[in-house]
Design a protein around this ligand. Structure first.
Ligand code: PSV
Ligand code: MN
Length: 404
């Protein structure tokens, strides 16, 4: 097998000064977390579609996540959303996940779907609502303890729609108070990831509008608080690789929500519209060396019209591809060219790696991991999808997470 797929590219990479064995080792330990909510029915505010075979509960979501991991070998954990994935018996759920070959990853509190949160959660003008929101965050810290998760992944829909609706400064202070309270409840090895988003569902101002606000808050809270970069949450033209480089260098990049933004928020397959952007981000991560070792890589996507399992697989494969290409940059030579002011030479170093067809390299890595060289072909040839359609049928949209 290796004879067929790899030698030519291995030679090319060696000639470019790339340590191929090192690259393969890195690719084998890549870790992409998939989201429980990506396996259930989802849609837009216009319509949630009923997808045949979509997971109806956390057990089926874990079944699907286990299947994705069995095909790729690099998706061993699953992010959960509370209360969508709540259970009475977390130990049993952990065991169930383990049997499927996966573990419970980031715990995502949900402070955006209940009526009392119409004007916000931790920044709400009413102290009683804020207390309720904080209690939910503390509950999620307990769930971290019970599931062995070390990540609390926070996103708030909080903000206002009209000038003067509420005090922006007051809300900032309420937010700091609530997060300081939550911070105290984090498990010993727990980390709090603060996700920002500059719009939606609030449109005049969003309490955590950008990475700077998340970063400043994380600094105030302490070393266990870090920034989460969701690729979908930026204005058009934002250089996300720059944000990533800055946060990495400051030691405050906690993790990613991978997806692809064509016009606005997430939900398209990561790397589908702008693979160059994903590659540039991975280059910063590779260059950062040890400073990127604790970064959590999570997919945050819902598949509204496409096959959920195939969509998830392609997302994982796109992350593998971007990482593989980033590992094919000769960073020493890049640094030399940068130091010499060789603008186009330095740029070519990046472009050469980006234009490398890494499919044979990934096929080789997968074979060495006892996986099919092409997980998407393996999925298409497999009966898993047909079986879940038969067993689960077509659930009413809204089950397993997203309300209709
Ligand atoms: C919000 O748009 C977001 O990116 C947050 O991460 C949520 O937890 C997730 O989507 C799912 O709704
Ligand atoms: Mn997100």
């Amino acid at each position: 097998m290796s004879e067929r797929y790899f030698p030519q590219l291995a030679d090319q990479l060696s000639e470019r000064g790339i340590d191929v064995e090192f690259v393969k080792r890195k690719l084998k330990t890549q870790h992409i977390e998939t989201p429980s909510w990506g396996y259930s029915n989802s849609g837009t505010r216009f319509k949630t579609f009923n997808y045949p075979g979509a997971a109806r509960n956390i057990h089926e979501k874990l079944d699907d996540a286990g299947y994705i991991h069995s095909l790729t070998g690099v998706a061993p954990s699953v992010a959960i959303h509370i209360p969508w994935d709540k259970t009475d018996d977390w130990v049993a759920l952990q065991d169930y996940a383990r049997l499927r070959g996966v573990s419970i990853g980031a715990v995502n509190p949900n402070l955006f779907q209940d009526d009392q949160y119409k004007l916000g959660s931790i920044t709400h003008p009413s102290g009683a609502v804020r207390e309720e929101a904080i209690a939910h965050l503390v509950e999620c810290c307990d769930i971290m303890r019970k599931t062995g998760s070390n990540l609390l992944s926070l996103w708030f829909a909080d903000g206002t729609n009209y000038a003067g609706q509420d005090s922006i400064t007051g809300r900032k202070q309420r937010m700091e108070h609530a997060l300081a309270e939550t911070y105290r409840h984090l498990p010993e090895n727990g980390r709090m990831l603060i996700e920002y988003k500059f719009f939606e569902p609030a449109f005049y101002h969003t309490d955590f509008a950008d990475w700077g606000m998340a970063y400043a808050t994380a600094l105030k809270l302490g070393p266990k608080a870090e920034v989460l970069v969701d690729l979908g949450h930026h204005a058009q033209g934002t250089n996300i690789a720059h944000i990533v480089a800055f946060l990495l260098d400051e030691g405050r990049l906690g993790g990613f929500h991978f997806n692809n933004r064509k016009y606005a928020d997430d939900d398209l397959i990561v790397g589908s519209a702008n693979p160059l952007e994903l590659f540039e981000i991975y280059c910063e991560l590779v260059k950062a060396g040890d400073k990127s070792k604790d970064v959590a890589y999570m997919i945050d996507q819902c598949f509204n019209i496409e096959s959920k399992l195939e969509g998830m697989l392609i997302s994982v494969v796109n992350c593998q591809t971007a990482y593989a290409k980033a590992l094919c940059v000769n960073y020493e030579r890049l640094a030399e060219k940068q130091a010499n002011g060789d603008v186009m030479g330095a740029h070519r170093e990046m472009v050469d790696a980006f234009e490398t067809d890494v499919r044979p390299l990934l096929a080789q890595v997968r074979i060495e991991m006892d996986k099919h060289r092409d997980p998407i072909a393996a999925y298409r040839a497999d009966s898993y999808q047909a079986n879940i359609i038969r067993e689960r049928g077509t659930a009413a949209a809204g089950s397993g997470g997203f309300p209709t």
